[in-house]
Write a protein that binds this ligand. Structure first.
Ligand code: HEM
Length: 511
């Protein structure tokens, strides 16, 4: 036995080195092929159409998320395969209005679709914030605690803060964007980050004053991309630890600096008590009783900054582009705003609510360029979505961009037509556009965001005319933007001209 064993061992030893690599690789290829064939023909979801490669490439959809063009690819695939689309063995994307209600809404007698494990990749695995907490029993108290800062009363108190920054923006436009064109994506970012910085921490980032991005702000997009890298690692290898090696080094460092800066800012806020109500007031008052530590508070406030600033700035950039490119909509909106307000000082959050065309412009802006363009992943509890049974554990979502750009839901989906929101005879499926999501995880900052959008659009267009300049014919907002998964917008060069004969206190008193 010993002799035979030695003989066999020496035969193995004599095999060429490549064999030792080839065998596991061949095994992996065979396993992938057999699993793919099972997924294609025998899996319980095999009746749902989709590209075959999605069943053979591990983490296909998550890899798409890093491509920057996931919204376009998924919309194209929905056009090809219909409103139910299989993007992985157990990953289903929908583009119908009903799917929004079935996956995210409250419907009596139906089980809840919880956030999928993809949300675990957002930050510190041991700390869950209001966005990443998946367990409803823990999310409920967190949401109740946070919602104080978003009540109708809080919103009224916050209007002064918002108004002050809108006025600053109007003044800075006068200085920087009337004599020559100016890049507006950055100015909208400055305004929305300053507002949220002030509301979250009691201190602005000072970007509007300095005309410079705060370093922390520029880190935010990268830190969200870093989270997407982690998702890829989890999907492919089953562990986020691999992301350390997969993720570009710069991204990892930026993500770490992002958390470090948030921690210091929160510490400063804790050490400077204020009577002014901001996002932290309620939570700090219960800090000791509930045992909220610095790590938790850091995650909590930094998630509010990310959720509340980049999204609104994205909307403003998109709507500026589409308004400048759609003369009839621009003319109707300016006509409405300029006749609704006899003076700049009359433009308030509540008064702007009466402007129906402004509301339609906002609805259309959020449809054509949804700030959250990808599907928010949920796990099926074993329920039917839009007529399709999804076994327990299936990952599913409504792909926002695909839903709002499908001809099954909207006529001329790539045209900016605010009228579709006003015309009672329009047959568009408007419920296919849910920019703030719905149900128990609906956006908490919706009313604040809408107030900010209304005030910025109304005040800017009351004071100025605006036009896209220079390479206007070369710029294509859809073609030139990428989503990683938050938007990276192309430069938006706009020139503003102050309307003659209108008095604007913040400009004229300053002069
Ligand atoms: C155009 C502006 C905005 C858009 C389109 C938007 C969109 C969304 C969406 C789609 C979600 C659901 C995320 C998910 O299910 O994973 C969400 C959640 C959230 N948003 Fe917004 N948002 C906007 C502005 C804001 C603002 C200004 C704030 C204020 C800080 C805010 C705070 C939040 C919070 C706290 C959540 C988590 C709610 C929860 O899970 O209970 N958002 N938002």
């Amino acid at each position: 036995m010993g002799v035979i064993g030695d003989l066999e061992f020496s035969r193995v030893q004599n095999l060429p080195t490549w064999v030792f690599f080839a065998i596991p690789i061949a095994f992996l290829i065979l396993r992938t092929l057999l699993t793919g064939i099972y997924n294609l023909y025998f899996h319980p979801l095999s009746h749902i159409p989709g590209p075959k490669r999605a069943l053979f490439i591990p983490g296909y959809y998550t890899i798409l998320l890093l491509s920057g063009r996931v919204h376009i690819t998924v919309a194209r695939l929905h056009n090809l395969y219909g409103p139910h689309l299989r993007l992985g063995p157990s990953t289903i994307s929908f583009s119908s209005p009903t799917s929004w209600k079935h996956i995210y809404g409250h419907i009596g007698g139906r089980k809840t679709f919880l956030k999928s494990p993809m949300y675990d990749q957002g930050g510190d695995p041991h700390v869950r914030d209001i966005v990443s907490e998946r367990d409803p029993a823990k999310h409920g108290p967190l949401r109740r605690l946070t919602s104080h800062a978003f009540s109708a009363k809080a919103l009224t108190e916050q209007e002064d803060v918002v108004q002050a920054y809108v006025d600053k923006l109007v003044c800075q436009i006068n200085v920087h964007a009337t004599k020559q064109p100016e890049e507006m994506v950055k100015w909208y970012n400055f305004a929305t980050f300053d507002v949220i910085g002030d509301l979250a921490f009691g201190q602005p980032f000072g970007s509007l004053d300095n005309g410079e991005p705060h370093f922390w702000v520029s880190m935010i997009l990268d830190s969200v991309t870093a989270a997407a890298w982690k998702m890829v690692a989890v999907k492919i290898a089953g562990t986020g630890r691999l992301s350390k090696y997969l993720m570009p080094r710069g991204l990892r460092e930026k993500r770490e600096r992002h958390y470090e800066y948030s921690r210091k800012t929160v510490e400063r806020r804790i050490n400077s008590p204020t009577t002014r109500k901001d996002f932290m007031s309620k939570i700090l008052s219960e800090k000791d009783a509930k045992g909220y530590d610095l790590t938790f508070l850091t995650h909590h406030s930094s998630v509010l900054i990310v959720a509340g600033s980049e999204t609104t700035a994205t909307f403003l950039s998109g709507v500026t582009y589409y308004l400048c490119r759609t003369p009839h909509a621009y003319a109707k909106l300016t006509q409405e705003l300029r006749s609704a307000f006899s003076s700049y000082e009359h433009i308030t959050g509540m008064e702007t609510e009466r402007c129906s065309y402004l509301k339609a412009v906002i609805d259309e802006g959020l449809r054509i360029y949804p700030p959250v363009s990808f599907g928010l992943p949920r796990t099926s509890p074993g329920e039917i979505v839009d007529g399709v049974f999804l076994p327990e554990g299936t990952e599913c979502f409504t792909s926002s961009w695909a839903a709002t750009h499908s001809e099954l839901n909207f006529h001329r989906p790539y045209d900016f037509l605010p009228e579709r929101w006003l015309d009672p005879d329009c047959t568009d499926q408007k419920e296919a556009s849910q920019p703030f999501s719905l149900g128990s995880r609906v956006c908490l900052g919706r009313n604040l965001a809408l107030m900010e959008m209304r005030l910025i659009l109304a005040k800017m267009l009351w004071v100025y005319d605006m036009e896209l300049v220079d390479d206007v014919d070369k710029l294509d907002w859809v073609r030139d933007g990428t989503a990683n998964p938050l938007w990276r917008k192309p430069p938006l060069m706009v020139r503003f001209t102050r309307r003659e004969g209108v008095r604007v206190g913040v400009l004229d008193d300053e002069a």
